[in-house]
Design a binder for this molecule. Sequence first.
Ligand code: C2O
Ligand code: CU
Length: 504
Amino acid sequence: MAMHTRRATLALTGAAALAACTRTAQNRSDNAAPDPGDSPGRFVSPNGPEVAAVERLRTTNGTVREVRLTAVEGPVELGGGRSVRTWTYGGELPGTEIRLTAGDTLAASVVNHLPDTTSAHWHGLALRNDMDGVPDLTQAPIAPGGEFAYRFAVDRPGTYWFHPHTGVQVDRGLYAPLIVEDPREPLSYDREWTVVLDDWLDGVDGSTPDAVMAELMGGPATHPSRMLGQRPRSVLLGRGEPGHVDYPLYLVNGRTADDPSVFTAKPGDRIRIRFINAGGDTAFRVALGGHRMTVTHTDGEPVQPAETDALLLGMGERYDVLVTAGDGVFPLTALAEGKGPTALAVLRTSPMGAAPAAGTRPAELDGALVTADLMRAADSVRPADRAPDRTIRLTLTGSMRQHDWAFDRQPYDHHHSTPHAVRKGERVRLEFANHTGMWHPVHLHGHTFSQPGGGARKDTAIILPGRKLTVDLDADNPGLWMLHCHNIYHSEGGMMTVLGYASD
Ligand code: C2O
Ligand code: CU
């Protein structure tokens, strides 16, 4: 598989530099992680003693859940008899959900049968840094034919997911839900429905995410161009655009709208829906026809319950909602925000009634929309009020024309970027200013953050064009943590940086 991007070249350089680390990275017996930047020793190492000390403090129940994930290339059926060749975990799309109970230890062996290096990142989990799955930062890349044994304590319930942190692989089929149940679940419901949203182009008419990245970086359009033309901006929001890639397909749980996945329940059932946006370059607006939703969580963390008709999910974001199922057949529609097409799944509680048409747009899509910035953390997870000990200001820069996405005009480079230093125990304030004409779902690894004064705790937050966002976090998880836009083409274009814990 030819890789054309500047980023991919850097990753290969990094892999060569790390060749000596590969063996030790696999048995984790000693210091296998690279030193960041040009200041060896200034930062806590991903597998240093500080990381192990915090891992020992995580509450575990003695259960070890063993999972084997095989990353493979092969055909996948998307519905309507449409089959594509792509990369998945075990030939499934989405990959088989991993379900744990808070307190479990996850032992996940990732076996790489791809023609490229890979990695697995556990999006949203506050885990030990050397298991975070960022090649060249927290581990060596997993070579083709190689294997990596992830093992870490999972001590917070919630809706998470996992995907590679290598190149644009997340825009193939390498993703799956990771659900952590609460042994003392405070909500009561009858059923659970995990709803994974995705934008799809891999294997359609010769398209690949790598070719799209090359086209964005100024290379010639290969096969069909996948860039959106000058379509009108999102009239619904007037908020700029979340993405520019024109995907031929949009999927819910791996299915196209003409042959959707169907969730069957009984009228009156209380259903907990867990929404996950696994898209590469698409924000989704979701609504369930005939139902209002009660939002209970975002990014795995409980919020003060909020009623809404629709939700807007940036790439990487999750929402949990409760609905009381009506009697009939109902469309769950996901609109590709600012692009126009819709994806579909179906809730069926009655044997009677025709399936909704592929392009069904329930009225709720245009109804009340509660956005994350309006949500409040549940009292149980609200951080204590505290003045920040340190403020880090980050400007989001770049333009579609140049594809020079970055923080502070400095595209991320594993070898030369210096982490932003924080210290364990600090309350850290991040002040983002978006100086671009697009919106960016910004994601921080290993932590949650919230707007000061009791905002919802999140790990991924949308920052609209021309706007600012201020969030606080508690620096309680030592290591080197990626902070990046979750538009995969923006992050690979350079909109990434690292928060690094200073070593004392
Ligand atoms: Cu969903 Cu840096 O990741
Ligand atoms: Cu972005």
